[in-house]
Design a protein around this ligand. Structure first.
Ligand code: GDP
Length: 428
């Protein structure tokens, strides 16, 4: 076999919003292809280039690096209207993206009826999941129920119409049962379908394209959305997303084999945040919550919702290390903690029956009742924004990073100390 290039997966280790967009953006400098492997327009990466801010929902943030090829894998549910809105906005801002974006012919199409249904179901649910209302759950339900339509189906209009009509009819029946309106659905469907040929023109075979690049010794980044605790199987079920966000999903979601992956980098925020419903064991007390949310600008990129904040939770990052097989960690937002007097790290959980565990419980309701066991570390009380070398970080900040590394069982490879591309410390 010819020399194999590198294939790195970037995965979130908490509840998403870890700053994966920034890390992908930094690493994309040295790669040829960036591919998304799951999720849809529910993801929101915020990337700062110079004075410009870009919020990307579906197109990989590698697009902001000239010449990189950006792919959406088969594991993605693609909202065509939102996709072209984003595509056209990038063009309007002068990003040269012609010929650089490809979508898997096997990717599922997220149709307007999925969005309608998502909102109606969440609105009427007794136990709310805290979805973004972007139609992601219903689109994955149709995929698993074998009712979905894929990019390749756009090539056969008669079959497409037949499948879509059946799915739409079924959805309208459910919307009616839920007492939800269907106004504007027909217009939204016409708009989505009018973009079909434009999307088809971008379709590609993502697995073979990545494999060929690797055979030629080129470098590939596979970009995850959301985080490990939102993984359909390994997260805080049912308060999760509808896909496998973890590294295994990178293989099935792009069409390559697991042995082609050479590195898995976990992105961890220096503290913890969570948006949407579900337990957050290491949650701050209200005053601290407000303080860190303001310092860290913790409001959702997709929905603007305030994120709940808490201490660094190593029970969760150990789970992430194991499920993803992390070969390294990128710690983000260390600078947000610069002014705190004291920091705590959750090292274990005390269960309601008094037992102490170092493992993340499968029972999500029990997780809501655990008491974290904390270790206290002194704050470094010095700005880190301008630090570019590990040895220039305050010793107490280094001690904090060392402890994260020890408790997570994976080496820290990058430390991010600000939103800008340049605000990164490579380690080792
Ligand atoms: P993602 O979905 O994992 O990419 O995360 P988001 O984009 O939702 O949230 C990350 C936010 O934190 C963005 O606004 C980033 O610009 C910002 N960010 C990323 N890294 C850092 C960092 O090291 N320090 C600070 N202060 N902000 C950061």
């Amino acid at each position: 076999m010819a020399h194999q290039g590198s294939c790195t997966v970037i995965v979130g280790c908490q509840w998403g919003d870890e700053g994966k967009g920034k890390i992908v953006d930094v690493l994309a400098e040295n790669v040829d292809i960036v591919a998304r492997y799951q999720g849809g327009a529910n993801a929101g990466h915020t990337v700062h280039v110079g004075e410009d801010e870009f919020v990307l929902h579906q197109i990989p943030s590698g697009i902001l690096h000239e010449g990189r090829r950006c792919l959406l894998g088969n594991g993605v549910v693609l909202d065509v209207q939102q996709f072209f809105e984003e595509y056209d906005a990038l063009v309007a801002r002068g990003v040269d993206i012609e010929g650089r974006v490809g979508v898997s012919s096997r990717a599922q199409l997220l149709m307007p009826y999925h969005r309608f249904l998502d909102k109606a179901v969440e609105h009427s649910a007794e136990v709310k999941i805290g979805t973004t209302g972007r139609g992601i759950g219903p689109a994955y339900e149709d995929k698993a129920g074998r009712r979905g339509v894929r990019v390749a189906d756009l090539g056969n209009r008669a079959r497409l119409t037949e499948r879509i009509e059946a799915a739409q009819e079924r959805t309208v029946r459910r919307l009616t049962e839920l007492g939800a309106g269907t106004e504007d659905l027909d217009r939204a469907m016409d708009e989505a379908l009018a973009l079909g040929d434009r999307l088809l023109a971008l379709s590609t075979e993502v697995g073979p394209e990545i494999s060929a690049a690797l055979r030629q010794g080129r470098s590939v980044l596979l970009e995850g959305a959301q985080g490990t605790a939102l993984d359909l199987d390994h997260g805080t079920y049912p308060f999760v997303t509808s896909s496998n966000t973890t590294a295994g999903g990178a293989a099935t979601g792009t069409g390559i084999g697991p042995t082609q992956i050479t590195d898995v980098i976990g992105v961890v925020k220096a503290y913890t945040t969570r948006v949407g419903e579900g337990p957050l064991p290491s949650a701050f007390e209200p005053e601290m919550d407000e303080h860190v949310r303001t310092l860290g600008g913790e409001f959702g990129a997709t929905t603007g919702r305030p994120r709940r904040c808490g201490w660094f939770d190593s029970v969760l990052t150990r789970l992430a290390s194991q499920v993803n097989g992390l070969t390294g960690v990128a710690v983000t937002k260390l600078d947000v903690l610069d002014t705190l007097d004291e920091l705590q790290i959750a090292t274990a959980y005390r269960l309601p029956d008094g037992r102490v565990t170092e493992h993340f419980p499968a029972d999500t309701w029990a997780l809501g009742k655990v008491e974290p066991v904390y270790e206290t570390m002194p704050g470094w009380k010095a700005p880190t924004h301008d630090v570019r070398k590990l040895e220039d970080l305050p010793p107490k900040a280094r001690a904090y990073l060392d402890r994260i590394e020890e408790l997570t069982y994976a080496p820290v490879r990058w430390v991010s100390v600000g939103t800008k591309r340049s605000q990164i410390i490579p380690v080792g």
